[in-house]
Design a protein around this ligand. Structure first.
Ligand SMILES: [Zn+2]
Length: 185
C-alpha cells in the first residue's frame, strides 16, 4: 500500500487508510473538540498514551484529557490497558482501529440520513434559512423555534434553492462512495 499522503477529495487518489484517518480526525474534532483531536493524532503516531505522561507527551491538561479519553472509550475508540515501565505500572489507552471503523461508518450513515431528509424537504420547498447566519432548518425545527434562528434570533424564511439540492445530492454520493469503500475493505 502506498504511504503517499494526498490531500483534498477523500474519495479519489488516496488510500483507504488515508481516507479513514482524514475522516476520523474531522469527526473526532467536530464531536469532541481540539483536545480530542490532539490525543487522537498522538495515538495514530504512537502505540499508546499513558495517563501518567499525558502532560509531557501532548500539551493538554491531564484532567481534560482523561475526560475525553473516557468519552472515546465509551465509543470503544480507545481501550484501557496497563504497561510495565521499569518499576512503574502505567495506565495506558490504545487506539482500537476496528471500533474506529464502525464509529466512522455509523457517523457517516447518520449524516447521510440528515442530508436525505434535507434533500426531501428541499425538493418540497420547505426548508427555512436564517438570513444572518445562513443556517438551515427543517420545517419542524423552524416551527419549534417560532420561526426565529436560535443562534441570532433573526427571522427564518422559506427557501428552495436548486443549487443546494444538487450540492446535497453530490454530498450524498460522496458519502456513499466512502461508505462502500470502507465496507468493501
Ligand atoms: Zn441565524
Amino acid at each position: 500500500m502506498s504511504s503517499k499522503k494526498t490531500h483534498g477529495d477523500a474519495t479519489e487518489g488516496s488510500t483507504l487508510e488515508d481516507d479513514l484517518i482524514t475522516i476520523a480526525k474531522e469527526i473526532i474534532r467536530k464531536t469532541y473538540g481540539d483536545v480530542a483531536s490532539k490525543l487522537f493524532e498522538y495515538l495514530l503516531e504512537n502505540e499508546y498514551i499513558a495517563e501518567e505522561k499525558i502532560v509531557n507527551n501532548v500539551e493538554v491538561r491531564s484532567n481534560e484529557a482523561r475526560k475525553i479519553l473516557q468519552k472515546l472509550s465509551d465509543e470503544a475508540i480507545v481501550t484501557p490497558d496497563k504497561v510495565r515501565d521499569g518499576s512503574e505500572i502505567l495506565h495506558v489507552w490504545r487506539l482500537n482501529k476496528l471500533a474506529l471503523r464502525t464509529f466512522i461508518i455509523n457517523r457517516l450513515k447518520k449524516t447521510r440520513e440528515k442530508l436525505e431528509a434535507l434533500l426531501k424537504y428541499e425538493n418540497e420547498g420547505v426548508i427555512y434559512e436564517c438570513k444572518t447566519c445562513k443556517r438551515r432548518f427543517l420545517v419542524d425545527e423552524a416551527y419549534a423555534n417560532g420561526f426565529q434562528c436560535p443562534h441570532d434570533n433573526d427571522i427564518l424564511v422559506e427557501v428552495n434553492n436548486p443549487t443546494t439540492s444538487s450540492n446535497l445530492r453530490d454530498l450524498i454520493k460522496r458519502i456513499d462512495n466512502i461508505i462502500s469503500k470502507i465496507e468493501r475493505s
